[in-house]
Design a binder for this molecule. Structure first.
Ligand SMILES: [Zn+2]
Length: 349
């Protein structure tokens, strides 16, 4: 097994979060078809699209505005809105277009009498981004609801259908990533990763990585600088690029052997998410053909990090610490058993 690098150097350098990196780009098809900018104009302050009756998220329009060709930026909000809406509708598959129009009419009808239960979800227009099964589980917010949509191919690694494939690539803005962590990842992590700070996630680092020919080839074996990591495949056509997992480890045990039951190889499926503890050792194999785009969200808990400084014995989640503890118990039981037998032996003679 290859060595896992020391903590300071173990993180693969993520592409810059300002999305100028090689691996980060707006949807290729969108940029060529509609001549949007390849990289967002980070200087530009987009308009506020909240409060309008739109069939797509206001955040989506704000995010997309940064990609408009420069001469368009000085136009009125309505003109920009019209242009972007056109792009989104053209980008949507045929069925989705009419669905979006129907949804708009429906929304106008209901907004007058209907107060949504989850306001955040509503403003994010979540049904455009997430698959119904995922939204249902989040809304129910119960362990059994989460379990119903998840598979756990190896202990502590959860995979589930998450994103609508045709909207995958538009999930870009920071505000959306904030919401993604707060409204979606935190409730799930509270249930499945509470021992590694999953119930107190309070910051994140999100980035999009594109793999393929001339792109980032392969991510070495590493652990993430996160408590919980979300890794969603945003798609495109590809082969290879499997993720491999090799057990959860604390700092002290990061380079220890992998045990058979810790080995998992996972093949990405567009729209499907993998959620795992940041300390779960993993790597990505080379994407052999095509291009693969993944969204990574490293979720962190400052409370958990603070606690770890003071409580050294907080690594019950480390596979090796668990084994050591079991071994100590086995030895201690064997010793007392021997002593007991010795005493009994004495009593008999
Ligand atoms: Zn350990």
């Amino acid at each position: 097994m290859s060595e896992v690098a020391k903590k300071e150097t173990q993180q693969p350098t993520p592409p810059t979060s300002d999305r100028k990196g090689n691996g980060v780009a707006m949807s290729q098809s969108m940029t060529t078809m509609h001549r949007l900018r390849l990289n967002p104009n980070t200087e530009h302050k987009p308009e506020n699209y909240e409060g309008l009756q739109l069939e797509f998220s206001p955040l989506l329009f704000s995010s997309l505005e940064r990609y408009l060709p420069p001469p368009m930026l000085s136009l009125s909000r309505d003109s920009k809105l019209h242009y972007m809406r056109d792009i989104i509708l053209r980008y949507s598959p045929e069925g989705e277009r009419t669905r979006a129009q129907r949804q708009r009419e429906y929304r106008q009808k209901i907004t007058t009498h209907y107060q949504p239960l989850h306001k955040e979800l509503y403003t994010m227009n979540a049904s455009n981004f997430f698959v119904p099964s995922f939204l249902k589980a989040i809304n129910e917010n119960k362990e059994e609801s989460f379990r119903r949509i998840m598979t756990e191919p190896s202990q502590g690694i959860f995979t589930f259908e998450m994103l609508q494939p045709h909207f995958c690539e538009l999930l870009l803005s920071e505000t959306m990533l904030d919401k993604l962590m707060e409204d979606f990842i935190r409730p799930i992590s509270k249930v499945f990763f509470s021992d590694v700070g999953g119930s107190t996630l309070d910051s994140h680092h999100g980035f999009v990585v594109e793999y393929g020919i001339d792109r980032d080839v392969e991510l070495g074996f590493h652990v993430d600088d996160s408590e919980v990591t979300l890794n969603v495949c945003l798609g495109k056509e590809f082969t290879g690029g499997d993720l491999f997992f090799r057990g959860v480890r604390c700092d002290k045990h990061v380079n220890t052997e992998t045990h058979k039951d810790e080995v998992l190889d996972y093949s990405h499926v567009p729209g499907r998410a993998v959620l795992h503890c940041g300390r779960h050792r993993h790597g990505a194999r080379a994407t052999t053909t095509g291009n693969r785009v993944n969204l990574l969200l490293w979720c962190r808990s400052s409370v958990f990090r603070e606690l770890r400084k003071y409580q050294k014995d907080l690594s019950s989640w480390c596979g090796e610490c668990q084994r050591e503890k079991k071994e100590r118990q086995r030895v201690s039981i064997a010793t007392s058993k021997r002593e007991l037998l010795k005493k009994e032996g004495k009593a008999v003679t």
